[in-house]
Design a protein around this ligand. Structure first.
Ligand code: CA
Length: 218
């Protein structure tokens, strides 16, 4: 009896060891970054921080996306305190319109604010995300809300100009440029976060984000 049991234990042990090897290999093989074809251009995009900063963090985001709200509220403030305010990193935001008309409307408003008062853009940007309701499937983005936010966040807002700009060829053209970037850089998810063109598999992995920044700073 004993002689028969031994091989069974050996077989089981071999299976367990093989399973562990597969799991470890699988984890090792899974990449935590993906290289973009190049650094997405920042020209014409809102930039937070020193434009001459060596490292660029790019967000492809959508105002109607709850994961983007979470990223903007959890990760961006930390990134700003650790790297943007000290001039090591500049941050740029590109509009993605995965949620239809509301995404478009908010993006148009953002571009109109940026045109009128680039410094006020980031306050506007943060406030739009702040107003995103928990039940994000609700229809909540409309011209009145965006005008209200612009009035609150943009000092000396020219409201008539803001509304006219939202419908202008120029601002629509900026959205078209963003859509081209989304296509060209094969953006499939929001938020897509890239450090000098290296995309984080997990945009909330702050440790990995800082690792990529430190690498790029050297
Ligand atoms: Ca843009």
């Amino acid at each position: 009896m004993k002689a028969q049991r031994k091989p069974l234990i050996l077989v089981l042990a071999t299976i367990i060891i093989a399973a562990i090897v597969v799991v470890v290999w699988g984890t090792k093989g899974k990449e935590d970054t993906k290289e973009m074809k190049s650094l997405p251009p920042v020209t014409g995009q809102p930039v937070l921080g020193d434009e001459k900063a060596k490292v660029t963090v790019t967000e492809f985001g959508d105002y109607k996306c709850p994961a983007c709200k979470a990223w903007g509220e959890r990760i961006l403030p930390q990134l700003q305190a650790d790297y943007i305010d000290s001039g090591k990193v500049k941050f740029s935001y590109v509009n993605v319109l995965f949620h239809g008309d509301e995404s478009l409307l908010a993006a148009l408003a953002g571009e109109a604010v940026y045109k009128q008062n680039p410094e006020a853009f980031w306050d506007f940007h943060k406030e739009v995300y702040k107003r995103q309701p928990e039940s994000h499937d609700d229809v909540w983005i409309n011209e009145d809300l965006l005008t209200q936010i612009a009035k609150e966040t943009v000092p000396t807002l020219d409201e008539a100009r803001f509304l006219a700009d939202m419908k202008s060829k120029e601002i629509t053209g900026f959205i078209g440029e963003d859509e081209k970037l989304v296509q060209a850089y094969n953006v499939q998810l929001t938020p897509t976060i890239a450090v000098n063109g290296k995309v984080l598999e997990d945009p909330y992995d702050y440790e990995k984000l800082t690792e990529l920044i430190e690498e790029a700073l050297q």
